[in-house]
Design a protein around this ligand. Structure first.
Ligand SMILES: NC(=O)c1ccc[n+]([C@@H]2O[C@H](COP(=O)([O-])OP(=O)(O)OC[C@H]3O[C@@H](n4cnc5c(N)ncnc54)[C@H](OP(=O)(O)O)[C@@H]3O)[C@@H](O)[C@H]2O)c1
Length: 279
């Protein structure tokens, strides 16, 4: 049966690819973006099944307005894709408080604003699927990506807990962890780097900067294959709570699993020593 999607950041990258695949499959899509005219131009040709709406995830009111527009046109929302976001890279000490807050405003509070607006619709339907795009930086801590990683760890834990809260209403939540994909993620039009330079980090900054520049638009992952994969997830009757997108993401999952298993036992006696014993 055809589904209704609401996708954030649908004008380019992953959001565009998911919207395009869903439309090509005959679904209805509310393609939201800060500049909806870009989504309109990119996705045109699907008639009444496509609704392009302005949504800046930083603004709670714009999320509510987008959900109201979706309800009015399609009468419900089956799949929400929390996709919009950007990478605030750079070493922690070279980032200002403002940059860090801005990163959390978009990547964490933006996800909360949109989901808070959509969940009442899904609860009333007693069905729905909230898909949130995290990262492999939300599975393993990565240097040069501390603050971005903190936002992606935040939505990872949130989505896992949410899946348990809303399952009783027939709503699923899946957190998606892509590896490195060939979108505009590392392009100057999206990514942000440090705000001020600290001499001690100069060598690291230069090496890291060269690596990121070299990686821009040469990443392993294919965004055109990511869209169909997300549509397959949305069509599952029992979708996973978490999903690794790409071979590099599988490696990160396995590395994390090994690290946690090893850490659990490395200082086992010390860990158990903090239990209250003897009642
Ligand atoms: N590509 C990767 O390697 C990779 C890996 C792991 C996770 N991710 C995650 O995947 C998601 C999509 O990124 P992408 O790879 O497709 O990068 P992208 O091509 O740079 O697209 C980012 C999208 O997010 C939108 N966006 C940013 N801030 C927004 C805001 N405040 N309100 C609404 N939209 C906003 C952008 O809109 P504008 O066009 O207006 O800027 C754009 O549509 C992000 O959450 C990113 O963290 C990407």
């Amino acid at each position: 049966m055809a589904k209704t999607w609401l996708i954030t950041g649908a004008n380019r990258g992953f959001g565009y690819e998911i919207a395009k695949t869903a439309l090509d499959a005959g679904d209805r899509v509310v393609a939201t973006a800060r500049r909806p005219e870009q989504a309109e131009a990119a996705l045109a040709g699907h008639g009444e099944r496509l609704l392009c709406v302005r949504l800046d995830v930083d603004e709670a009111a714009s999320a509510e307005a987008a959900v109201a527009a979706a309800q009015e046109r399609f009468g419900g929302i089956d799949v929400l894709v929390n996709n919009a976001g950007y990478g605030q890279l750079g070493v922690f000490e070279e980032l200002s408080a403002e940059s860090i807050e801005r990163q959390f405003r978009t990547n964490v509070f933006g996800v909360f604003h949109v989901t808070r607006a959509v969940l009442p619709v899904m609860r009333a339907q007693r069905s729905g699927h909230v898909i949130t795009v995290s990262s492999l930086s939300g599975i393993v801590g990565i240097d040069g990506s501390t603050v971005y990683g903190a936002t992606k760890f935040a939505v990872t834990g949130w989505s896992e807990g949410l899946s348990r809260e809303v399952r009783r209403f027939g709503i699923h939540a899946t957190v998606v962890h892509p590896g490195m994909f060939r979108t505009d993620f590392l392009d100057p039009s999206s990514v942000r780097h440090g705000d001020h330079e600290i001499d001690d980090y100069r060598g690291y900054r230069e090496t890291q900067g060269a690596y990121l520049t070299e990686s821009n638009h040469t990443q392993l992952g294919d965004p055109a294959a990511f869209g169909p994969a997300i549509v397959r997830l949305a069509n599952m009757s029992e979708p996973p709570v978490r999903w690794a997108a790409g071979s590099d993401a599988i490696d990160s999952f396995q590395r994390r699993a090994r690290e946690l298993a090893d850490s659990a036992l490395e200082f086992e006696e010390l860990s158990r020593s903090s239990d209250i014993t003897g009642g």
